[in-house]
Design a protein around this ligand. Structure first.
Ligand code: TYM
Length: 331
């Protein structure tokens, strides 16, 4: 079988949190050992809701530095900025012509984000999943590591690829989503029925990757749990279940092993253990980030080198796709 080609994208907005890290970034790092890994910082997705221009650039550098600090090695993966590769927007349009409007209209994330917009719900926000499909399909990627919240977008991109191939011949690869077994959906610590997210949910319940150790400790120690006493997973124990999943990932220990380990111990001790483990897990990332982030010229160089490699792949796909559709000069 051909080597896997892994692709994923991450938005340069807000502050990246523990959910992003556990659900996605951790898988990106590991992807470098499993195949050809391509990762994109999706600034064109970010502007589907209003952004301050200067801030957008800052957040793009933040996100790039976080990814490198987390273990992405620009010599072992392709790391680039979406807006550097114009093929994404061109393919987005072309794929839009084989995307059902009704399918876009059913996207949960569109509905959620649209509700939060006070002034304008942009057509770009509606088209967001088509651009996401273009990101992946331009590279003929086989695998897309993401968190659980992206399932509907992945299903849609598979449908789009299949519809395109049915109409124009086998041009595109139909990718598979890859969701972590544990930690695909990290919940807000103050509201464990809601996914941890930068755009909603309490700030106090969101652990940011760059939070200082004391802030991490405080947030985890004050996590909302239940009125019981047992450290185990259960449908009526969303808070504890979430903390068990977090600890399972950061300690690389199966959840049932942790349930045995903490049997008979109180929630206070358990939360303290989770807090220390997360502090230890994120500490080195934050330290490397502090070293990397000030050198914006070096970050730009890394992104430019990544863009060059990305462009070579995407341009090949676009040439095939244009030919198959019958647009542009023949040749
Ligand atoms: P973004 O930046 O919002 O999220 C980045 C990744 O983090 C995952 N994630 C979570 N995982 C577990 N628990 C959580 N609470 C949690 N919150 C977020 C997301 O699933 C995602 O994998 N639409 C994408 C960006 C994108 C993309 C792509 C992804 C654009 N083009 C192509 C894959 C392939 C997004 O949500 O980014």
């Amino acid at each position: 079988m051909a080597e896997k080609r892994i692709f994923s994208g991450i938005q340069p907005t807000g502050r990246k949190h523990l959910g992003n890290y556990i659900g996605a970034i951790r898988q990106y790092v590991e992807g470098q050992d499993r195949g050809e890994a391509i990762y994109c910082i999706v600034d064109l997705h970010a502007i589907t809701v209003p952004q301050d221009s200067a801030e957008l650039r800052e957040r793009l550098y933040d996100t790039t530095a976080i990814l490198i600090a987390a273990g992405l090695d620009p010599d072992r993966c392709i790391l680039f900025r979406q807006s550097d590769i114009r093929e994404h927007t061109e393919l987005c349009w072309l794929l839009g012509t084989v995307t059902a409007w009704g399918d876009l209209n059913r996207m949960h994330q569109f509905k959620e984000k649209a509700e939060q917009q006070r002034e304008l719900v942009s057509a770009g926000l509606f088209f967001y999943p088509v651009l996401q499909a273009a990101d992946v399909l331009a590279y003929r990627a086989t695998e897309v590591p993401v968190g659980d919240d992206q399932r509907q977008h992945i299903e849609l991109m598979r449908d789009i690829a299949e519809r395109f191939n049915a109409r124009y011949g086998e041009q595109l690869v139909v990718p598979e989503g890859r969701y972590p077994e544990v930690g695909a959906r990290i919940m807000n610590l103050q509201d464990p029925e809601t996914r941890m997210s930068t755009t909603y949910g309490s700030e106090q319940g969101t652990v940011y990757i760059l939070d200082p150790a004391d802030a991490v400790r405080k947030k985890i120690r004050s996590a909302v749990t239940d009125s019981g006493t047992e450290v185990r997973r259960g449908p009526d124990k969303a808070g504890i279940t979430n903390l068990i999943e977090v600890l399972s990932v950061v300690r690389d220990t199966p959840p049932d092993g942790l349930e045995r380990e903490f049997k008979g111990q109180g929630y206070g001790d358990f939360k303290a253990a989770v807090a220390e483990a997360v502090v230890e897990y994120l500490g080195p990332v934050r330290e490397r980030y502090e070293e990397l982030r000030p050198d914006e010229a070096a970050i730009e160089d890394t992104l430019a080198a990544g863009a060059e490699k990305a462009r070579a792949i995407a341009a090949g796909t676009l040439a095939d796709v244009r030919r198959a559709i019958g647009i542009g000069a023949p040749g």
